[in-house]
Design a protein. Structure first.
Length: 477
């Protein structure tokens, strides 16, 4: 492989964020496997790691490692897009260590201190913000997240302001600023349960089906520009259409979470109609990715990054689009809400839309930060194998959860005759599906370990050729 150097040295800051992201990703999967086993072995690791704590760590690690991935992606992309060095690489490194320390302390707090005691220790009586799913973080952690996010956004925004402005950086900034501002609703915890759930969805839904989609679109566009060589103007037009449809359908599509929390009945129609439109931007993203790959002007040596990028579009469409649409209409959601069907959608949507796009950016940029245009073909083959192993493992999990959800609805919520089966009795009937899910989780972990191993695979003998360097000098690739 040809040696390469970064266009802007401050891009190397991204490596710290990507390494932390991959480490936290591994931890998330290990806790996910623990959860899967606890479904079928109820007292596994009890009382050391109860189910509720394992689930909290699993979901919080997901959010935190993706945020590390988004930050690393921004630190890599923005200098290159803006054609200028990062405003302050030192500030980026300081924020990284603050964020990592805060995240590690929070996870240790979950594992070592009873949650109620942790709430008392961290000032939850002063401003009650704990106890809500995905937003379980103690008050100091939430404040720390805001401080780190504002510092990060200041650094990125100053870099964009002093350099070239592109559609990619503008969409990325819109997504990142939206992510930070919407997180402020996590500090609002009204006594009225309906308002509480509304504000909660303002964070959760408008993150994953709003601002995060803008970030995903900008990351995907960047990787496709770099790996296909297609004109930026063509990609920009596609990206603007995708972003427009994502915002139109995503913002009003929040209404599909308002069906049964006490809001007016018109949300059944607003939520249903606009939620039904949400697969459109993901379908457009799939067409966009294949279109760009077909129109490419050159064969980029990093074919693994191309696979991750195309995989992002396809699996995001399946997970967020198809599996989301399956149960988004109110007359279907009435039966499926909170069932394992929801879990199936959530797993595939997060994997396709956000996990894969972060891995695509890491796959493209990490070789460059290590001084080469692309990884050796042996390493790339390991990466490609990891994509298929993880994707098949995820498919096994999602199909198992879908089957469990359908049976759960049938037994617990739509009994053919007589009384509905109780929740725990229903869970006993789903054991087969839960064991299949564990098998899929083990396969996913194998795929992740295969991916991590690719970083340590060197070139094969036939790749260790001497690459010509201008000026007559030679250097090993």
């Amino acid at each position: 492989m040809q040696p390469a150097t970064l266009k802007y040295q401050s891009q190397s800051v991204a490596k710290l964020y990507f390494i932390a992201a991959l480490g936290l990703f591994t931890g998330q999967i290990l806790f996910g496997l623990t959860l899967g086993l606890q479904y079928v072995i109820g007292d596994l690791m009890f009382p050391a790691i109860p189910f509720n704590i394992a689930r909290m760590v699993h979901t919080n690690l997901l959010i935190v490692w993706l945020l590390f991935g988004f930050m690393g992606a921004a630190y890599y992309m923005v200098p290159e897009e803006s054609e200028t060095e990062l405003w302050s690489p030192l500030f980026a490194k300081i924020l990284f260590w603050i964020f990592l320390a805060a995240g590690a302390a929070t996870i240790l707090g979950y594992l070592l201190v009873p949650y109620a005691t942790l709430a008392q220790m961290t000032g939850n009586d002063l401003l009650a913000t704990m106890g809500r799913e995905f937003l379980e973080q103690p008050l100091p952690t939430k404040v720390g997240i805001v401080v780190v996010a504002l510092g990060f956004l200041f650094n990125i925004s100053m870099t964009v302001l002093k350099g070239r402005k592109t559609a990619i950086t503008l969409v990325l900034l819109l997504g990142l600023w939206g992510l930070a501002l919407l997180f402020l609703f996590s500090f609002v915890n009204p006594s009225n349960l309906v308002r509480d759930k509304m504000y909660w969805w303002f964070v959760v839904h408008l993150w994953v089906e709003g601002t995060w989609e803008l970030i995903m679109a900008s990351l995907l566009a960047f990787v496709l520009i770099k790996t296909t060589g297609v004109d930026r103007e063509v990609i920009d037009k596609w990206m603007y259409m995708i972003v427009a449809f994502a915002l139109i359908s995503g913002i009003l599509g929040t209404g599909h979470h308002f069906y049964f929390i006490g809001l007016p009945g018109y949300w059944h129609w607003v939520g249903g109609v606009f939620s039904a439109l949400e697969p459109i931007p993901f379908f457009m993203m799939t067409l966009f990715a294949f279109n760009m790959v077909q129109r490419r002007r050159r064969e980029h040596p990093n074919q693994a990054a191309v696979l991750w990028a195309v995989g992002t579009a396809v699996i995001a469409f399946l997970g967020a689009g198809v599996w989301g649409f399956i149960h988004t209409l109110s007359w279907v959601n009435y039966y499926t809400h909170g069932s394992q069907v929801t879990a199936a959608h959530g797993h595939l949507a997060f994997y396709g839309a956000y996990v894969l796009v972060v891995l695509a950016l890491i796959s493209y940029s990490m070789p460059l930060m290590r001084g080469r245009e692309a990884n050796p073909m042996r390493a790339q083959r390991a990466e490609m194998w990891s994509f298929w192993i993880m994707s098949i493992g995820m498919a096994v999990m999602v199909l198992a959860l879908s089957g469990a959800g359908i049976l759960q609805v049938w037994l617990q919520r739509m009994p053919a005759s007589g009384a509905a089966m109780s929740f725990m009795a229903t869970q006993d009937q789903l054991a087969f599906f839960y064991w299949v899910r564990v098998a899929g989780g083990v396969m996913f972990l194998i795929g992740l370990l295969t991916y991590l191993s690719s970083f340590f695979i060197g070139p094969a003998a036939d790749e260790q050729e001497v690459a010509a360097i201008p000026g007559g000098r030679t250097q090993r690739a």
